[in-house]
Design a protein around this ligand. Sequence first.
Ligand code: FES
Length: 106
Amino acid sequence: MNNELVTVEITVADEEKLLRALFKQGVKMPVQCNEGFCGTCVCKSNPNQFNEVHDQLGLLDYEDNVLPCAVRAKKGINKIIVELPAHLVPEHLSRLSNDKNSDMRP
Ligand code: FES
């Protein structure tokens, strides 16, 4: 399996759960607990764009790791940059720069 990471821009509705937005755009995120406990769905994104769902641990405190099943986009945020394994991302989503030194923060 290809472990390459790609950076994509995901459209989100106001306060939409990131996992739902990813699914709506065809990303095949692996999910087990769907409640922010198992870590299966972890991806990288700027944590400042999210609120946690039900005070769960959706925002991890290191390396911009986020649990999409346990975070919602903050009100007014419509685009989110996410780094995901390439094999999960459908072809129709355009890839942004894969520069490892790029900062996902706006
Ligand atoms: S599916 Fe378990 S943390 Fe997201």
